[in-house]
Design a protein around this ligand. Structure first.
Ligand SMILES: Cc1ncc(COP(=O)(O)O)c(C=O)c1O
Length: 451
């Protein structure tokens, strides 16, 4: 077990080094990966040497996503309790499929789901699943939606597939996340066979522009646009859609977590009226990759879409079997880290995390706009879009900021305008990190504005 002690020392050194090292890996460390390009060895290697090689070659070539100044995509770090729980549950190595076989992890997942349902103020008896991320959470929830709307039309999609099935009308906002279309494609519903509803300047779906709906319609709304952080008017959409008997799904990859923060919770008003929800834990809850959750009001619809039985699988209906609700059969218990994160920071810690990161987003927006740069979105959550001038200048500033290594932000194009995206999602970010990163942005941007 000296190996495990050794690797924990290496991991600690890695994490402690993140505050001062370049956020992006250097070109030199990325070229160092060439050292791994050997043929599959014939002979064994001492496990300690394997870990030493990993640490020496790969650690420097990682992006410091677990550190305090990575503001790309929507990436949280790992809360200490969540990372430690990940290590411990790795040691458990439970195939968390059936309660009777892995009761400890199955129970933890059930408890974590219960906490989350309360936290998000979802219907208390709704079903849920721990999956790899929001893409699979959307997939799972929409598999339940597909089951439910086709059952209403007298069709069993799990048995008979989609060929010859009644038509499903899919309705999405024009600014839906690209991964939603991937989920629709995987479900055989078609990435392009959707009605796109026009949106406003923040990417919010216009409820007044919804098409005619019926009981075989599925409306996919969004709580938290990946660029602006804006929420669709979900309550209004639910009213309209439910009048027609349609299913409403909410993609709340990061936005659902606003429910935990008193000053942001109003954004989630009415979200609980939908029929299904998807979110991530690896974003704002700050658990290690990969971790997402699906929730479905009618838990039987989710079960019908996912459950399988076989003689060799000792299924008992007395308890919740995790894999009855997930696309995977064999699976690791992702809920363990979620449970540990929530157990460790509690409601108040989570609320503070969401409030603090939103405050940092507002500080970035304020500092940049005071220096004369245009902030393109209403900063309602943790996302900021800033333009440093024309597209070319903005791209140059982003490239130089990434090379500078103080922090890392990525590019986007928002409704035709090239912008830099700042997403503040990590528990590890401090006031000092925000000021240091803002100073680096302003210094680099000023250099390019002078040219
Ligand atoms: C609104 C939204 N939906 C879906 C996703 C995809 O999430 P994941 O990468 O965890 O599958 C994201 C990722 O940023 C997102 O912001």
């Amino acid at each position: 077990m000296k190996l495990l002690e050794d690797v924990s020392q290496r991991a600690i050194r890695y994490l402690e080094g993140l505050t001062e090292r370049n956020v992006a890996p250097t070109l030199e460390s990325v070229s160092g990966l060439a050292r791994l390009g050997i043929d599959l060895p014939d002979n064994s290697t001492d496990p300690e040497d394997v870990i030493a090689e990993l640490d020496e070659v790969v650690s420097p070539a990682t992006m410091a996503m677990a550190g305090p100044r990575f503001f790309g995509f929507v990436v949280g770090g790992s809360l200490p309790a969540a990372l430690a729980a990940n290590w411990l549950s790795g040691a458990w190595d439970q195939n968390s499929t059936l309660y009777d076989v892995t009761p400890g992890t199955a129970r933890l997942e059930e408890l974590a789901l219960r906490w989350l349902i309360k936290l998000f103020k979802l219907p208390s008896n709704c079903g849920g699943a721990f999956v790899t991320g929001d893409t699979m959470a959307n997939f799972s929830a929409l598999a339940a939606a597909r089951h439910a709307v086709l059952t209403r039309a007298g069709w069993n999609v799990e048995s008979d597939g989609l060929i010859g099935a009644p038509e499903i009308r899919l309705v999405v906002g024009a600014e839906a996340h690209v991964s939603l279309f991937k989920s629709l494609g995987l479900l055989g519903l078609g990435r392009n066979k959707v009605t796109r509803v026009p949106v406003d300047s923040q990417g919010r779906m216009r409820a007044d522009a919804l098409p005619a709906l019926s009981s075989t319609s599925i409306v996919c709304t969004q709580a938290g646009n990946v660029n602006t952080g804006a929420f669709d008017p979900i309550q209004k959409i639910c009213e309209h859609a439910h009048d027609a008997g349609a299913w409403v799904h909410v993609d709340g990859a990061f936005g659902l977590w606003a429910a935990a923060a008193p000053s942001r919770a109003h954004l989630t008003n009415g979200v609980e009226e939908a029929d299904s929800w998807a979110t991530d834990a690896h974003k704002w809850l700050n658990v290690p990759y990969d971790s997402g959750m699906a929730f479905v009001r009618d838990s039987e619809a989710l079960r019908a879409a996912m459950a399988v039985t076989a003689e060799y699988l000792p299924t008992s209906l007395a308890h919740r079997n995790p894999s009855d609700y997930t696309p995977e059969l064999s699976r690791r218990a992702r809920g363990v880290e979620v449970w540990a994160a929530l157990r460790s920071i509690g409601r108040s810690g989570l609320s503070e995390l969401i409030e603090r990161t939103c405050r940092y987003a507002r500080r970035f927006a304020q500092g940049l706009s005071e220096a004369g740069y245009e902030v393109l979105n209403e900063v309602v959550l943790n996302q900021v879009l800033v333009s440093f001038g024309d597209a070319d200048t903005t791209k140059k500033v982003i490239a130089e900021l990434q090379a500078d290594g103080t922090c890392w932000c990525g590019p986007t194009v928002w409704q035709g305008n090239t912008a830099m995206r700042i997403s503040v999602s990590s528990w590890a970010t401090t006031d000092a990190d925000v000021e240091r990163s803002l100073a680096a942005m302003l210094k680099i941007a000023a250099k390019h504005s002078e040219r």
